[in-house]
Write a protein that binds this ligand. Structure first.
Ligand code: NAD
Ligand code: IPM
Ligand code: MN
Length: 361
């Protein structure tokens, strides 16, 4: 079958890692007889430099007319001093809003062969952990009213955290549905000891849980959760949380899997069209050196095959290819520990060769 994929490379290492993922997709396409048809959608600082707009209408159109979106990363020092609504980051925020991808799935699991790359002790890791962060993605403080006002202390700025019952309910349902397919345990993370929006969050999550009696639900404050994922990550199955708490917690979880360069994500919601994006950013400090870890983006492409196209077998081929390549000892610099490492392109090649070999056997 043919699948139309919008390609939003963005800035910094964005183009490098997206190209790696496209190479892997092409190999899967060849093996299984699918055709992935790519159309570029300029976004971020790259688009701003070209068109004066980090998210041109034409790019939104390309994404809307495609079956799915593969997204690299946006942002960088060059665009940091632009006014808020022109910043490179507004591209990903605007795209999520436009495509109504209100649920962001961020799987944080430890590949067995990567125990060495995790900063956690062997006694804590045991035989590994497998956490799925379900992050609300189109609401909360990111999208509440923001602005400036005069106060008795002079100029002040504000960003309002606001959640409707509808927004909480729909993300909670995704959280419980995911838990049903996994270990049936859901931890809802909030700050209901302080925030009114968190108190509503907790109440709605409790209501929704009545439809999922098999799932054991517990609540945890965000400050405690940030500590608990380091103390004992194995206690978690699905973590359901708000936009900003999920953003922070998932970067923390990525590190205990070895590196932020490992963590993929699927932004889904209204329909099968999703945005598939690594959780990391444009990494200006390593841009152009050819050393970025492409695995987060390659695994994001695997999530696209599964969630947008229903190609579970193809998706698993990529995951297995990554796992096997890591088992063979290949590492990029971020996950090398004390050992040798290879560059972005070489890692991509190794993964492709591994997939091809797996098919031959
Ligand atoms: P970052 O994730 O870009 O980088 C943090 C650190 O992790 C850096 O040292 C970087 O080199 C490293 N790193 C990130 N991805 C890596 C990879 N694939 N392989 C190896 N190392 C990797 O976060 P930051 O430095 O806080 O942000 C840089 C820019 O990216 C900012 O403009 C920020 O707004 C933007 N950003 C964009 C997205 C997105 O587009 N989805 C996400 C996060 C940050
Ligand atoms: C992420 C990023 C984005 C977010 C930024 C760049 C808007 O940090 O995808 O995690 O905060 O959602
Ligand atoms: Mn983030």
């Amino acid at each position: 079958m043919d699948y139309k994929i919008a390609i939003a490379k963005g800035d910094g290492i964005g183009p490098e890692i997206v190209e790696s993922a496209m190479e892997v997709l092409d190999v899967i396409g060849k093996i299984k007889g699918h055709k992935f048809i790519y159309k570029e959608a300029p976004v971020g600082g790259f688009a701003y430099d070209l068109y004066g707009d980090p998210l041109p209408l034409e790019s939104i159109k390309t994404c809307k007319e495609s079956d799915s979106v593969l997204f690299g990363a946006v942002g960088g020092p060059k665009w940091d001093n632009l006014p808020g609504d022109k910043r490179a980051e507004t591209a990903i925020l605007g795209l999520r809003k436009n495509l109504e991808t209100f649920a962001n799935l961020r799987p944080g699991y430890l590949f067995k062969s990567l125990k060495d790359a995790s900063p956690l002790k062997e006694s804590i890791i045991g035989d590994g952990f497998d956490i799925l962060v379900v992050r609300e993605l189109t609401g909360g403080i990111y999208f509440g009213e923001k602005g400036y006002k005069e106060t008795e202390n002079g100029k002040a700025a504000f960003d309002i955290e606001i959640y409707s019952e509808m927004e909480i309910e729909r993300i909670a349902r995704i959280g419980f549905e995911m838990a049903m397919k996994r270990d049936k345990k859901l931890t809802s993370v909030d700050k209901s000891n302080v925030l009114e929006s968190s108190r509503l969050w907790r109440k709605v999550v409790e209501e929704v849980s009545k439809d999922y009696k098999e799932v054991s639900l517990n609540h945890m404050y965000i400050d405690n959760a940030a500590m608990q994922v380091i103390r004992d990550p194995k206690q978690f199955d699905v973590i359901l949380t708000s936009n900003i708490f999920g953003d922070i917690l998932s970067d923390e979880i990525s590190m205990i899997t070895g590196s932020i360069g490992m963590l993929a994500s699927a932004s889904i919601g209204k329909d099968k069209k999703g945005i598939f994006e690594p959780i990391h950013g444009s990494a200006p400090d390593i841009t152009g050196k050819g050393i970025a870890n492409p695995i987060a983006t390659i695994l994001s492409a695997a999530m696209m095959l599964k969630y947008s196209f229903g190609l579970e077998e193809e998706s698993k081929m990529i995951e297995d290819g990554v796992a096997k390549t890591l088992e063979e000892g290949y590492r990029t610099s971020d996950i090398r520990g004390d050992g040798d490492w290879i560059k972005t392109g070489e890692m991509t090649e190794k993964i492709i060769k591994t997939i091809q070999k797996m098919v031959q056997n």
